[in-house]
Design a binder for this molecule. Structure first.
Ligand SMILES: O=C(CO)[C@@H](O)[C@H](O)[C@H](O)[C@H](O)COP(=O)(O)O
Ligand SMILES: O=C[C@H](O)COP(=O)(O)O
Length: 928
């Protein structure tokens, strides 16, 4: 059974939707309405956009980069509007095609400020046509006196035109004439007519609103005829519109049009606009029901659409009512109501109302821009200038083309970069992995597996950990999956804790290593493989999955050991950019995440970073400009605030930003999970980012901003928005590195550190003993190693020693606490307490890293970045060590070798670094 809307369509009238809102485009609601057959086109106007933009937060994310790039409010408006119109046009394209251009149009109005300027209107119509670049766009031009020649010229130029703000029959005739003249101009120029579509928007309800009030005045002037006059209430609009329709019929059956029609021309359909009922005393679908005829359109706001669907009556209601309509208008004239005057007033008011709505909209955009710029403080100018420099350098195009000269002139570096840009395509290219990962999860669940333990470091482990910690929480949408945990430490206690948490018979081990040769991962694999083999014998292979690049030693080993699966990753993606490749997706899929959703959020952000997008609208580019510009201006400590649900995200950012940027004495240091200080206590080397989901940290962010610090906010609507954040930060980091002039894609000092550690291990294997060097200070079981520092000779206690060491700190320095200890709640809280004390004492930014995990993250910046760090390395003897079965060394010894290699690398780079070796319990006493 057909509903009233379908019945209406069957009568030859199309319902269009007088509404646009980004949310409808993003959540699929518009597409669904089209699919249901509710609407066959869309109209927008300045009031609709004012409503959409000013009364929602739908546009905030898109507005942010443009505000930072210092775009004008009008440029921002047209950018936002064009995006919506393009998205809507894409939704309607199938209908447009299936009706051969009969329906499926989306209207965008020229600036109402141009309503009295023919040439400017025409130029903007041409510009909008090419910007929107969709065949089913209609450009709306008001039917003012100055609008008429612009309409003719626009039609002649082949633009589909929706003529708006028509109130009088006389003006309507002029509009039809302009249309026909435009077509004739085309014909004379030998241009085709068939693809041009046009509608004339005749405004309905406003006529009643004005005439009714005049009628009421007339009735009070003529009390004797009050009833007769009152009978005309609510009649003028329909009568006026019906007469317009009869003119439509006349004109489009005239010989003049027939001549054009022979050449393929389409009639300009009448479109009823302003058709919601304004007077509650009238039927709520009055201006739909009374104006039904073939070859017409009615554009309705959401409520009228719902009402008509609910109880509208569809029947042909115009034909046969000509005499009645004329009589109504004649009666109005009789009571002194001049339709010429009424409609002229309505036109003037209409132009003004759109213009006022546009002004209000631009004011709102200006306010929001001002707030975004205020959040950046002095960095606002820097960001705008840096963005414009990046635009001039054509950075987005060069990124898309993998142009290595953005980062280095060194030929070897350039060669490496060319092989490291695959992350740009990952949101789309990784789609193919989804079915096999989902099938694997299902298979594992069916076989009774309950746990997954990922063995990996840095780029191969941080993103999976973020996803496990974020989606383990109830606010996110998870599906049935395995409990995922991560091992990225050689600390024996931590290895043992991982083993305890993962019951062998029900655990699948994900061995994740891009290079396949990372020493920590080899050690983990050795340990867990032997353990599984002891327990499961020849079945052990079934419990192992490898994720690695093609042809690595891990690839070979995994196959020879009969691993359940080997996922070969994209070797054009470097480790810290690998989250949206198999490295992030395999663990995420086993965890039960909706991978398509995660990738689609990333893909949406990636589309905004394409070279066709204007630089100021590219969120990755402008963020990169901000980060890079800030660092060049002394704000190189990117301090991360998050709502609690997103607390783990900073650890991924840390690696990406520090390892990419921290080299050649430059870099941006991410400060993650730092205990809070009073807002006024932070130095001028900070830039704060607030990743917001629930808003729990909002008050803190506001306090920081109030105290004058630059604080910018990125809003996430749920955990899946991490997909977009991963891409945003990857792109922004690459851009920031280009601004700093460093190669974003290498990590020379990580390799240096690894080489030193390897020497320590080899030395140990030869001598059977670790050479720890001589302490520079000791007291009982507490020893300090490293480079002597001022006043050390005078100190009596560990506390004094640490204070003396910290006295070297200067403004702009940072203090890194690097602990080679198990990373668990107890050590984390003890070290956070130490960190807080250091922070208070020095006023310097602080970081806390656990070795060897941070070596694959901030470790690069520690040695390669600016020489502004003070490094407090902490080691402790472990009570219970475990052997790495095939390596002749224990986990504890390997961990110590890593600490020694780290210290040696720091000292080789002239960093201020010491190792404090102490019993774990002594930690808490430091600085208290
Ligand atoms: O002109 C078109 C469609 O071509 C519409 O968008 C038109 O502007 C709107 O229907 C009216 O502005 C709505 O007017 P009203 O219902 O607020 O009086
Ligand atoms: O960030 C990467 C880590 O250094 C681990 O490297 P990998 O994936 O080659 O094992």
């Amino acid at each position: 059974m057909s509903n009233p809307i379908q019945a209406l369509h069957a009568l030859g009238q199309s319902l269009w939707y007088d509404n646009i809102q980004r949310r409808l485009l993003e959540n699929g609601e518009l597409a669904e309405m089209i699919r249901r057959g509710d609407i066959r086109g869309i109209t927008s106007n300045p009031s609709i956009f004012h409503n959409a933009i000013a009364k929602s937060n739908d546009y905030d994310a898109a507005l942010k980069p443009m505000a930072w790039a210092n775009w004008s409010a009008e440029d921002i408006f047209f950018q936002l509007a064009v995006e919506d119109i393009q998205a809507a046009a894409d939704c309607f394209l199938p209908l447009y095609k299936s009706t051969a251009g009969g329906d499926g149009y989306v209207s965008l109005e020229v600036s109402p400020y141009l309503a009295h300027d023919t040439e400017a209107t025409l130029q903007q119509a041409l510009a909008l046509r090419s910007r929107v670049n969709r065949p089913n766009l209609m450009v709306k031009i008001p039917a003012t006196k100055a609008g008429l020649p612009a309409i003719r010229k626009a039609i002649a130029a082949g633009i589909n035109v929706n003529v708006t703000l028509i109130f009088s029959i006389q003006r309507y005739l002029e509009v039809m004439d302009a249309y026909l003249s435009g077509l004739e101009d085309r014909l004379a120029a030998g241009l085709p007519l068939g693809e041009i579509a046009s509608v004339a928007s005749f405004f309905v309800s406003r006529v009643d609103s004005k005439v009714d009030s005049l009628l009421q005045k007339a009735a009070s002037r003529n009390p004797a005829q009050a009833e007769q006059i009152s009978n005309l209430l609510g009649k003028a609009a329909v009568a006026n519109s019906r007469l317009a329709f009869f003119k439509f019929q006349e004109v489009f059956s005239s010989p003049r049009f027939q001549a054009l029609q022979k050449q393929g021309a389409n009639p300009q359909r009448a479109l009823w606009a302003s058709t919601s009922t304004k007077n509650p005393a009238y039927r709520d679908v009055l201006y739909v029901e009374e104006l039904i005829a073939p070859q017409t359109v009615n554009t309705v706001p959401p409520q009228t659409l719902d009402l008509f669907r609910d109880h509208g009556r569809a029947a042909l209601t115009i034909q046969g009512h000509e005499a009645e309509a004329q009589a109504t208008l004649a009666a109005l004239e009789k009571w002194g109501i001049s339709m010429d005057a009424v409609t002229q007033e309505l036109e003037d008011e209409g132009v003004k109302a759109f213009s006022d709505a546009f002004t209000a909209l631009l004011d709102t955009i200006r306010e929001r821009c001002a707030a975004e710029q205020a959040a950046l403080g002095a960095l606002a100018d820097v960001t705008a200038q840096t963005t414009s420099g990046l635009e001039k350098a054509q950075t987005p195009r060069r990124i898309a083309e993998h142009d290595p000269s953005l980062w280095t002139d060194d030929p070897a570096g350039q060669k490496e970069i060319r092989q490291r840009m695959g992350w740009l395509d990952a949101p789309n290219a990784s789609q193919v992995l989804i079915p096999e990962i989902n099938a694997l999860r299902q298979q594992l669940l069916d076989e009774g597996y309950t746990h997954a333990l990922l063995l990996g470091m840095g780029g191969s482990s941080l993103a999976p950990e973020v996803l496990a910690l974020t989606f383990g929480k109830p606010h996110t949408r998870g599906r049935a999956g395995l409990a995922l945990s991560i091992l990225d430490s050689t600390d024996p206690q931590q290895v043992a804790a991982s083993a305890r948490r993962s019951p062998i018979a029900k655990t699948v081990y994900i061995v994740a290593s891009k290079s396949g040769g990372t020493s920590e991962v080899n050690a983990f694999l050795d340990y867990f493989w032997h353990r599984a083999q002891r327990r499961l014998g020849t079945e052990a292979g079934k419990h192992f999955i490898a994720v690695t690049d093609p042809g690595t030693s891990l690839d070979t080993l995994a196959r020879s050991r009969g691993f359940r699966r080997v996922f070969l990753a994209d070797s054009t993606i470097g480790g810290r950019n690998s989250v949206l490749s198999a490295f992030g997706l395999v663990p995420a899929g086993l965890l039960g995440l909706d991978l398509a959703e995660l990738l689609s959020r990333a893909a949406a952000l990636a589309r905004e970073c394409l070279p066709g997008v204007p630089a100021g609208r590219n969120p990755g580019l402008v963020l990169g400009a901000l980060l890079g510009g800030a660092a060049l201006n002394g704000r190189d400590k990117l301090t991360i605030l998050t709502d609690p649900e997103l607390a783990s995200f900073g650890s991924w950012m840390e690696q990406l930003i520090a390892e990419s940027s921290g080299k050649q004495g430059k870099g941006i240091l991410p400060i993650d999970l730092e205990p809070p200080l009073p807002a006024a206590a932070y130095g001028s080397d900070r830039l704060f980012v607030y990743l917001r989901l629930s808003g729990k940290a909002e008050a803190r962010a506001a306090r920081l901003q109030k105290a004058g610090h630059p604080v910018f906010t990125l809003n996430l609507k749920d955990g899946y928005d991490l997909g977009a954040e991963f891409f945003r930060w990857e792109y922004a980091t690459a851009v920031a590195c280009s601004v700093l002039g460093v190669n974003s894609f290498d990590q020379p000092d990580v390799q240096f550190n690894k080489t030193l550690t390897k020497q320590k291990v080899e030395d140990y294997l030869q001598k059977g003993k670790m050479d720890e060097g001589d302490p520079i200070w000791s007291q009982g079981s507490v020893k300090i190693f490293g480079q002597p520092f001022p006043r050390l000779a005078q100190v009596a206690t560990l506390q004094e020693a640490v204070l003396a060491f910290l006295q070297q700190a200067r403004p702009g320095d940072f203090v890194a606490i690097n602990a080679y200890l198990p990373r668990n709640a107890k050590t984390q809280s003890a070290l956070q307490a130490v960190r807080k004390a250091v922070l208070k004492r020095t006023g310097c930014a602080t970081t806390l890293g656990f070795g060897p995990r941070f070596l694959h993250s901030t470790g690069q910046l520690h040695k390669g970045g600016p020489n502004t760090g003070l490094f407090l390395q902490i080691t402790s003897d472990t009570a219970s060590d475990m052997d790495i079965p095939s390596e002749g060394i224990s986990f504890g010894k390997l961990e110590r070798a890593q600490a020694l290699g780290d210290l040696e690398a720091l000292l080789a780079r002239q960093r201020r670094a010491v190792r404090i070796h102490l019993p774990l319990e002594a930690l808490l006493s430091i600085l208290q």
